[in-house]
Design a protein around this ligand. Sequence first.
Ligand SMILES: Cc1ncc(COP(=O)(O)O)c(C=O)c1O
Length: 472
Amino acid sequence: MPKYMSSRDLAEGLDIRPQFSRDGAVVDIPRRKMSEHSVDPETAFNVISDELMLDGHARLNVATFGTTWMEPQAERLMAIAADKNLVDRDEYPQTAQLEDRCLDIIADFWNAPEPDNPIGCSTVGSSEACMLAGLALKWRWKERQQDAGRPTDRPNLVVGANVQVCWHKFCCYWEIEPKEVPIRPGETTMHPDDVAEACDSNTIGVVGILGSTFDGAYEDIAGMAKALDKLDLEQGINVPIHVDAASGGLFAPFVDPHLVWDFRIERVQSINASGHKYGLVYPGVGWLLWRSEEARPDNLVFRVDYLGGDHPTMSLNFTKPGSGVVAQYYQFVRLGSEGFNRVHQHSRDIAQMMAKAIGSMAEFELIADGSDLPVVAFCFKGANTKTGKPRKGSYAERVTYTLDDIAGWMKQGGWAVPAYHFCADREDLELIRVVVRNAFSRDLAQMFLKELGRAVGRCDGTGEDSGRAFQH
Ligand SMILES: Cc1ncc(COP(=O)(O)O)c(C=O)c1O
């Protein structure tokens, strides 16, 4: 053993030495090199599960849109399907069936023109779905340009400055110029007129977001389509829309059925959603649908026969477990549309209750009150201005601590709720976002509010328990 050990050595350098009073369990296991010797499964389980105790509690992580609670029956089904490779449709035809049925179900509530013949696939999440959707836009644009005898070397994609990072990745990985539409001062989503203005004949498509990552706000997809129709009519520039409905795609159809954002709009060519967000499934499943065969170029589809049979594949990854798809089908069967409505409406009610409590605090101002996605976002009172400077005489102007300080205290209370800056052009705006999800009960919400009141009290020096929000 070295004479002097740094804290990293102490934390990481020593071998693992399980201390369970079990025969053969007192051995050294290197942490970062493969051990020469085996240990029994229970010991391996114990040492790893002990380490994992130091992770935060997933259900107290209100920073994520990802599902953190499922019924035990769903967990059992996921375990049953974990060893089935979804791509191996010949060997696991029933799992493949469930994937097809999920696509039928989703096509129906996204109002696809032919719900009995959905053109789409499951993915590992929305990021993969967005890559495939973006590639389809690129290929379709290339064909249009070639037909018109125009150049194909400078494709661009029109996105809001508020898009999720997967679209920056898409543009970088496939060498497409991102044309970022700035968010107007005082707003949090793209203005439809700005979208049309950013388009030209090299635009492969526009990405509209149903449920912004930053504050949960729905973008005005119908408004964008209208502005693009006008552009088409006046300048002959025909630009398709992809809707990134990572969070809203499996939320809005159940609680906002009258909102028109999906394939009911002609210009919407494709839609993605994460099953592992408001599809109520643990991480690892996403969905992508195109409006028609024409919207999905054939060259994105590959046929392979080396797993038996001859099946089309359309994915960035080949192998993936069947668990996500099976769990998605479980949720559809288990809840039905009435159940999805109940679960999501409950999340919205909780978010709105929290928003009311937080909005009535002297320190904070709401950016999102849970009326679109069940997201509550807030900044210091007086911080959300068109100038980027706090309003004169406001709390934001005189506050002596930061939202990071609040997040730090919340963390000590067990809650993961980060403070972050809004997107490009609105970086002046610092906020905290709370994502309400299935199984975030009224009780948990009350506990969160109580902790928030305490955190403020600690930060502003008025005492441990300022007793603000939790009175609501
Ligand atoms: C709008 C939006 N698009 C895409 C993604 C990426 O989704 P996934 O994590 O399923 O890859 C997210 C994730 O939060 C998102 O909010």
